[in-house]
Ligand binder design. Structure first.
Ligand code: ATP
Ligand code: MG
Length: 263
């Protein structure tokens, strides 16, 4: 899909529940509000969180909220074919047909990956112009990128996931594309003052030079991110809600989108 003119944003890591789908939805709505044309591909056909979020949004729009924008979206399923080769071929075909649905009609294609290593997820990583990896505030999550010494934050080992991203980058440069921008975002942060927060921060500062990602400020753990799912809305939608948690959430999401440097 080298002729795809849309900018491909992939939400990926190999860890469940770090906030990929929540971030995907917020980035989608942020881009729509900025007047961008957006298509969404959900590669997590088992959980379908993003698909369901968008279906809820569509239902909300249809129930008298015509001002709510809903992007076009599609889900790509894992193949059930018997041999690995046949599965991979079928998944390549369905993935590329999902992409070509949006090809040249959209400014951005957002791809939400499952929280484990799948062939479809690898295909998406290989095409990412921007890869966003959300990470929770924990050394367990950090291990997904690499092992860091707890004393002086020296990088001891690069993880399988970082290695996979490295392979994707090699593939991109071999096909003459500009370098992938890998952005690591912390999500579901507890408190900026916590000791763990500071330690994970220091470890990421150290890892980013070695693994070559950009580490940018992320989003905090807030009830508001969870409670909007049934209506398919995001913190960016209802500007009339002005309680502190909403305003702070809106600001952190907007800052994140700016930090992605997409336009
Ligand atoms: N910043 C946040 N504050 C509070 N809850 C959050 C936040 N981000 C995500 N959640 C909640 O955490 C859970 C996991 O989030 P989400 O589904 O976005 O993660 P994911 O990385 O897509 O998971 P998976 O790997 O299983 O697809 C959900 O219940 C979601 O509502
Ligand atoms: Mg998800």
């Amino acid at each position: 899909m080298s002729n795809n003119s849309a900018h491909i944003i992939v939400l990926g890591n190999e860890k469940g529940g770090t906030g990929k789908s929540t971030l995907a939805m917020h980035i989608v709505v942020g881009l729509l509000q900025d007047g961008k044309k957006v298509g969404v591909i959900d590669l997590d056909a088992r959980q379908k969180s993003t698909t369901r979020y968008l279906e809820n949004r569509f239902a909300h729009q249809q129930s008298g909220h015509s001002d709510i924008e809903v992007p076009k979206f599609t889900t790509v399923r894992q193949s059930q074919a018997e041999s690995i080769k046949a599965r991979e071929q079928e998944e390549q075909t369905s993935f590329h047909s999902a992409l070509s649905q949006f090809n040249s009609k959209k400014d951005f294609i957002i791809i939400d990956c499952p929280g484990n290593d799948t062939y479809l997820s690898r295909l998406a990583h290989a095409l990412a112009d921007t890869l966003i990896t959300p990470l929770n505030d924990s050394f367990v999550d950090l291990d997904l990128l690499g092992q860091v010494s707890p004393d002086d934050y020296q990088v001891k080992k690069i993880s399988f996931y970082s290695d996979m991203v490295w392979q994707s980058r090699k593939y991109r440069s071999a096909s003459g594309k500009p370098p992938m921008d890998w952005v690591v975002v912390r999500s579901r942060l507890a408190s900026i003052e916590s000791r763990n927060n500071k330690r994970v921060h220091a470890a990421l500062e150290s890892l980013q030079k070695r693994v070559m990602f950009r580490y940018v400020p992320g989003i905090y753990e807030r009830v508001v991110y969870r409670e909007l799912f049934p209506t398919g809305l995001t913190v960016l939608d209802d500007k009339k809600v002005n309680n502190l948690s909403h305003v702070s959430a809106r600001e952190e999401v907007r800052t994140l989108i700016e930090n992605l440097r997409l336009y």
